[in-house]
Design a protein around this ligand. Structure first.
Ligand SMILES: NC(=O)c1ccc[n+]([C@@H]2O[C@H](COP(=O)([O-])OP(=O)(O)OC[C@H]3O[C@@H](n4cnc5c(N)ncnc54)[C@H](OP(=O)(O)O)[C@@H]3O)[C@@H](O)[C@H]2O)c1
Length: 283
C-alpha cells in the first residue's frame, strides 16, 4: 500500500467503496471475503459508505466485517443524505449509522451532496459532532470549486478535511481547477468511481484503442491503470467497489506502478486533459 499523510492523518491511497454492497444478501460472504483479503493482503483499511447505500444495508455488512477488529486500524467514512441535513438531523443520522455499524465514531463524515443545505448550519452541526466525539473529522462530497469557496467563507469552513468527487481516466474535468484548489487548500480529494462505476462507462475506457495499446505495452489490467491514473496526484486517494476476489487482485496487482510521460501521450490522446472549466460531473 502507498500512503498519504494529511494534517497528521495517515491514509491509504486506495480503499474500498461500498455502493451496492449489501443489496443482495446471497453475496454477503463474498463481500466480506473481499474486505478481509483487501485488508490482509493489500492493507486496504479505508472503507467508504453512506446512509444512502441500501438504506443501511451496506453499513450493516461493513459492521459485520469490522466486528472484533482493532478499530484504530481502519478509517471509516460515512455520509449524511442532504434530505436529512435539510431537516437538521445530523445527530440522528450519525448516531443511527454508528449503531447499525456497531461503531463509536466515524473517522470522516461527509455531506453527500450540497442540494439546498445551508452551509454554515452544516459546518456548525459537523463541528458539534466532532466535539461530541462521534466523528473525528468532516467533509463534503460533489462540491465544485465555487462551492468550496462558499464553504471556506463560513465560520470554521476551512476545517473541511475532504471533498469526494467523481474522477477517472475518462472523466477528467476536475483536473482543471478542483484538484488544484484542493491541493492549494490542503483538502483531501477522494476520487469516486475510478472505473466509471458501471459497465457502460467502463466500456468507454476499455474499448478505447489508445488505452488498449497502453495496457498491452505495460502488461497490466485496465483497472490497475485506472487506479494508478487517479492516485498519481499527491492530494488524491480513491476507493473502488468489487465483490470479486479475482477482480480485487487484478485491480491491485499494478495499481502503484508509475505512469511515464510516454504513457501520458496515449492517455491524453484517448481522453484529453481539460483546457477550460468543465462543470463537475456527478453520479
Ligand atoms: N460521493 C458520491 O456521491 C459517490 C458516488 C458514487 C460512488 N461513491 C463511492 O465510490 C465508490 C466507488 O465507485 P463506484 O462503486 O461507483 O464504481 P467503481 O468502483 O468505479 O466501479 C465498480 C464496478 O466495477 C466493477 N469492477 C471492479 N473491478 C473490476 C474488474 N477488475 N473487472 C471488471 N469490473 C470490475 C464492479 O463489479 P464487481 O463487484 O463484479 O467487481 C462494480 O460493478 C462507491 O462504491 C462509493 O463508496 C461515492
Amino acid at each position: 500500500m502507498k500512503y498519504l499523510t494529511l494534517k497528521d492523518t495517515k491514509l491509504c491511497k486506495i480503499g474500498f467503496g461500498t455502493w451496492t454492497i449489501g443489496d443482495d444478501p446471497s453475496k454477503k460472504n463474498d463481500e466480506i471475503n473481499v474486505f478481509e483479503t483487501g485488508y490482509q493482503k493489500y492493507q486496504m483499511t479505508l472503507i467508504d459508505t453512506a446512509e444512502m447505500y441500501g438504506r443501511g444495508k451496506s453499513e450493516k455488512v461493513i459492521g459485520e466485517f469490522l466486528k472484533g477488529k482493532k478499530r484504530e486500524d481502519f478509517f471509516v467514512v460515512d455520509k449524511i443524505l442532504p434530505e436529512n441535513a435539510l431537516k437538521g438531523d445530523y445527530l440522528k443520522s450519525c448516531k443511527r449509522s454508528l449503531e447499525i455499524m456497531g461503531l463509536e465514531y466515524f473517522d470522516l463524515y461527509l455531506l453527500h451532496w450540497k442540494s439546498r443545505v445551508n452551509l454554515q448550519e452544516m459546518v456548525d452541526a459537523m463541528e458539534n459532532l466532532v466535539s461530541l466525539g462521534l466523528i473525528k473529522r468532516w467533509g463534503v462530497s460533489n462540491f465544485d470549486a465555487d462551492d468550496m469557496e462558499e464553504l471556506f467563507k463560513c465560520r470554521n469552513g476551512n476545517h473541511c478535511f475532504a471533498n469526494q468527487c467523481l474522477y477517472n481516466i475518462s472523466q477528467r474535468g476536475v483536473e482543471y481547477d478542483l484538484i488544484p484548489w484542493c491541493e492549494k487548500h490542503n483538502v483531501l480529494f477522494m476520487a469516486y468511481s475510478p472505473f466509471g462505476s458501471n459497465k457502460e462507462n467502463r466500456d468507454i475506457i476499455v474499448n478505447n484503442p489508445y488505452i488498449q495499446e497502453l495496457v498491452k505495452k505495460k502488461n497490466i489490467s485496465y483497472e490497475s491503470l485506472m487506479l494508478s491514473f487517479v492516485i498519481r496526484h499527491h492530494i488524491v486517494i480513491t476507493m473502488f467497489k468489487t465483490s470479486s476476489i479475482t477482480h480485487l487482485e487484478d485491480n491491485m496487482r499494478n495499481a502503484f506502478d508509475e505512469l511515464s510521460e510516454e504513457d501520458f501521450v496515449l492517455i491524453d490522446k484517448a481522453f484529453p486533459k481539460p483546457h477550460k472549466k468543465e462543470y463537475l460531473e456527478k453520479i
